[in-house]
Design a protein around this ligand. Sequence first.
Ligand code: NAP
Length: 516
Amino acid sequence: MGQREHSRHEHVRVAVIGSGFGGLGAAVRLRREGITDFVVLERADSVGGTWRDNSYPGCACDVPSHLYSFSFAPNPDWPRTFSGQEHIRAYLEHVADTFRLRSHIRFNHEVLMMRWDRDELRWEIETSQGTLTADVVVSATGPLSDPKIPEIPGLAEFPGKVFHSSRWEHDYDLRGKRVAMIGTGASAIQIVPAIQPQAAKLTLFQRTPPWVLPRMDRQITGVERWLHRQLPFTGTARRGLLWGIRELQVSAFTKRPNELGLIEAMARANMAKSIKDPALRATLTPSYRIGCKRILLSSEYYPALAKTNVDVVASGLAEVRGSTLVAADGSETEADAIIFGTGFRVTDMPIADRVVGADGITLAESWKDGMQSLRGATAAGFPNWMTIIGPNTGLGNSSMILMIESQLNYMADYMRQLTVLGGRGALAARPSAVGAWNRRVQERMKRTVWQTGGCTSWYLDANGRNTTIWPGTTGEFRKATRAVDLAEYEVIRVPAKDVRPVVEAAEASEAAEVAR
Ligand code: NAP
């Protein structure tokens, strides 16, 4: 049977969207919960999510390998303390094999639209290869999946090559070219040192300088790896230590940003080691508190900027006139290629346009004043729909895998609650619960460095609200997502035939008692 026929009129218990860390993690967790009636819909032809898409030269993770992996799938053989993209991608392929997930994954199935069917209490999902229905949707599309390229007048007429960091054109040879790198985020600072030796001239368009600390990357020795293989608790201990150090740092970000001054001194010293020209040093020194934007780790960035074939334009790219790039300060640069390291659509995730909830409006419409969810997972008006890495689940200083695993705990309990309800039931996040959760999050946000540090960043939405970062420790989030609190949900059941679904709010607490 062809895949197309296979997916037509199909009904599953759960449809997971995406096969990055979030989607694969959800698949593993569902199986562990005894749920095998699920599919993973993946628009590309392989797993890996952002670690598949981002293959730019120098692409690596700035979170240590032993922490940037699933706790339930430790890898004693990580070759370096900080993994390169190819190692993380291989790890995710390995997870897909080890946990026998492949039979669940539908590659080249892009989700085009999801609609909540109020009568049948299920999601109708239209994909690029047919339709299916699901009781529950777990959207694990991730915040770093859709590239953002700013609208630059004249860009369409640029005669040279143009691409985004996450859509690298590997066939394009940069040797001998005049290359313009746009942006100075986590991606750009990895790309610059990797391509500087090839480019005839590299011009970096820096709108805002980042704070950069050295990255203590080294090979993990054979002895360490042997130990982690033979005595798995040593790997667990290593992970625990890496986690604990980061947990201790959190309060400086969330409550006492002034304590971060010392880290600024370290970052300044890191720059001074390589940048001897005082004018360039001034250009590269940020004027906001460290941590306000993501702190970047690189030991190669500043040495690359000191090379004679590199120029830093301390201004954003404003216009393109033929092959001339005009910065906002009016300066002009000739280029053969433009590489955008300009980030992703994080606070306006495109998937939100493709979800139509119980009231007939899209998630994007529902979130027009900013993303809001209950415990980072569910949204008012969208029963039995949840996201992995939803609003306010991002981190400024630790591993996203920790947050993903917390969300998987929540998902697992959500599924248990549905099972307890029996038959065809759904949970709908109460608007009051969503409101209360967000007020709590935003109240805590007020003191954080992301709000008070004097910068703008992709953490903030168009209204200046931080709807991406979790303003606490990963431990606090783990606690908040350990179990579903049914008082925060309305319970909806399919009534006798031809009668509209009824909300059985009163039964919620009863069911909660049974479930616990
Ligand atoms: P980003 O952090 O959003 O950075 C985008 C950059 O583009 C910013 O420097 C921004 O300047 C600049 N920009 C936008 N429009 C511009 C213009 N017209 N002219 C000049 N510059 C312009 O994007 P990213 O570097 O791709 O990183 C996104 C996220 O991916 C990271 O924060 C991180 O979470 C993740 N990431 C992680 C790793 C890792 O090691 N784990 C590596 C890469 C990426 P402003 O600062 O002035 O806005």
